[in-house]
Ligand binder design. Sequence first.
Ligand code: ATP
Ligand code: MG
Length: 263
Amino acid sequence: MTPKIQMLKIRKDFKSSQELLKVLGDISLFVNPGEFVSIIGPSGCGKSTVFQILTGLETYDEGQIKIDNIPLEKWHKKMSYMQQKDLLMPWRTVIENVLLPLEIQGAKKKDALNRVKELLPVFGLDGFDNAYPHQLSGGMRQRAALLRTVLTDSEIMLLDEPFGALDAINRSLMQQWLLEIWERFTHSVLFVTHDIEEAIFLSDRVYVLSQRPAKVVKEITIDFPRPRKKEFLVLPEFLEYKKSVLAALEPRQEAIPFIAGKE
Ligand SMILES: Nc1ncnc2c1ncn2[C@@H]1O[C@H](COP(=O)(O)OP(=O)(O)OP(=O)(O)O)[C@@H](O)[C@H]1O
Ligand SMILES: [Mg+2]
């Protein structure tokens, strides 16, 4: 099977006038068509940078990226990308916000509107068409942002901590609901999260990254049937996966910085 996304030995430094920040040390990963893959790793290790690179918003220094087996630079389709912040425009209503990608794609206004109206109930936003982002709950804002991402109509969906701001109950609802959307639209998903349980529950595979400069320290296949129900969270298999991710996330001895005492 040709992977949808392939990153091979990607290295990336950020250079400022004073210093060089080594962010991605050696990232190799792939996502198969229709697969749900998560990336988990410590804060600041470069997860969002991976997405910035894939969407062409950042360059990389070494390595190779292929989408559909075509070098990234020559692959001219769009990826759906939900950035870490929801980035809804406060002066636009829900419907105007979610219409944005369709407007950019040049869809006919009436067709675009029909499509959005059809999807609003699926995304739990029925009746909120004309509300402004500040009138929505955190979960609704994230669902609106996700709806906008889904409407970009791409085979690849990059989601950067889409549920980061939610409490446990809303998070769990959103996870169930995202799986339904994913099963319905069959995208290839690359999903960034800090949450170990979320990564295991949602994914076919999980990549665990190290501290900066980030390397893939472990790749874990979550071999559990779908559709996944909440019961999965309390099974012994789930605990084993959790242990395995936790062990991979534990900082290695040499990664702990030396803290100098007072002289
Ligand atoms: N445009 C930039 N210029 C310079 N440094 C940057 C830039 N973007 C990110 N960085 C730095 O690169 C490192 C990785 O950032 P990134 O946002 O990719 O981390 P992350 O893994 O997504 O973190 P978090 O889990 O907190 O979201 C950080 O130290 C950050 O300060
Ligand atoms: Mg990030």
